[in-house]
Write a protein that binds this ligand. Structure first.
Ligand SMILES: [Zn+2]
Length: 343
């Protein structure tokens, strides 16, 4: 599988070279031209390619062609070559139903039956099959065209639903306008020591030695665990919020602005709030619950949710909101959540 990822990368880069060289000569190569040229010289440049599934290279060239389309339409920049340290993945299928799945096994072309940890949960025609590696663990992503359309099993909605405003933050992941708080599980803090240690161990090893590879794997697996814990907590929280809401109000995060703040940057990257808000949005959309986003300049924390008075100064250390105009006193985050709540 690692070799196939390598083959896909090499094919992508070869397609890029072919296309770019032709472009410099004022010539436009189509997908068909690139494929033809690649296939004509692949054996010469990559003698080992005959042991590989050609689906890996073919699909990689297709991906390159898509990247060219996105560049032409102005959506993306010109495609860049993929390097070894990037994401390891390749598309293994050769059209609909070309990859077989039987119980907990998947039959990958040129590789054979590979065990999976769980069975495929849907039945139907199998489309795109992508094999990828994340920190020394292998994943297969299988697209299934189900007969019954979206047969996604979802957590049922709660009976008495109300509009909910959600304030997201660093210490508390989410505060709802009804007063519920969801704490942020901050795995990075717990695992920081482990990560530092593993990083130190890695730096002491001779590069590319056996012990270096072992240390690298160890560091990667801690990173992987951290990301899993974070993802899990974000999923649970966002589902729980969406289930109890008839409408949702959220703020718009100025992520690039926040990351410039050096002191907070790490925590914000850790909390990855942006992804969390995206989860709330798509989960609500799937259930037909409207989501309103406040404009980026709406001062949800500084405004009094009772009378609408806006404070000019509000220190981050002030955990309780107290309004000087009407005397309203409330938890700082709950006040912000109420302000975000759609009426
Ligand atoms: Zn007030």
């Amino acid at each position: 599988m690692a070799q196939h990822c390598g083959y896909a990368r090499v094919a992508y880069n070869a397609a890029l070279t072919i296309f770019r060289n032709a472009l410099q000569d004022g010539e436009w190569k189509t997908l068909y031209d690139i494929k033809k040229e690649f296939n004509a010289k692949k054996r010469e440049i990559f003698p080992w390619c005959d042991d590989m599934s050609q689906n890996a290279s073919k699909n990689a060239i297709h991906h390159f062609s898509d990247a060219v389309k996105r560049w032409k339409s102005g959506q993306n920049r010109f495609p860049k070559p993929k390097n070894r340290s990037g994401k390891h993945s390749y598309q293994a299928d050769n059209g609909t139903n070309s990859v077989k799945v039987y119980k907990k096994r998947v039959k990958l072309p040129a590789i054979g039956w590979v065990r999976m940890t769980e069975e495929l949960r849907w039945t139907g025609d199998i489309g795109r099959v992508v094999v990828s590696r994340k920190d020394d663990k292998w994943f297969v992503s299988i697209l299934v065209h189900t007969d019954e359309g979206n047969s996604m099993v979802q957590m049922p909605l709660i009976d008495d639903r109300l509009p909910v405003g959600v304030d997201v933050g660093i210490n508390t992941l989410a505060t709802c306008s009804d007063g519920t708080k969801y704490e942020n599980r901050r795995p990075l803090k717990v695992y920081l020591r482990k990560l530092r240690r593993a990083g130190r161990m890695l730096s002491r090893k001779t590069r590319f030695s056996n012990n270096w590879h072992k240390a690298r794997k160890r560091l990667a697996s801690i990173h992987y665990r951290v990301s899993c814990i974070r993802l899990d907590s974000h999923h649970k929280t966002s589902t729980s919020i969406v289930r109890k809401a008839s409408a949702i109000g959220i703020e718009t995060l100025n992520v690039s602005g926040m990351l410039k703040n050096k002191k907070l940057a790490k925590h914000i990257a850790d909390a990855s709030l942006y992804r969390f808000l995206t989860m709330i949005k798509y989960k609500a959309e799937r259930r037909g619950i409207p989501v309103t986003e406040a404009t980026m300049f709406f001062a949800s924390s500084k405004t009094c949710s009772s009378c609408g008075h806006k404070k000019t100064e509000l220190d981050l250390s002030e955990r309780t909101y107290h309004c000087g105009e009407c005397g309203f006193t409330c938890d700082r985050d709950v006040n912000a959540a109420i302000n975000l709540c759609p009426s």
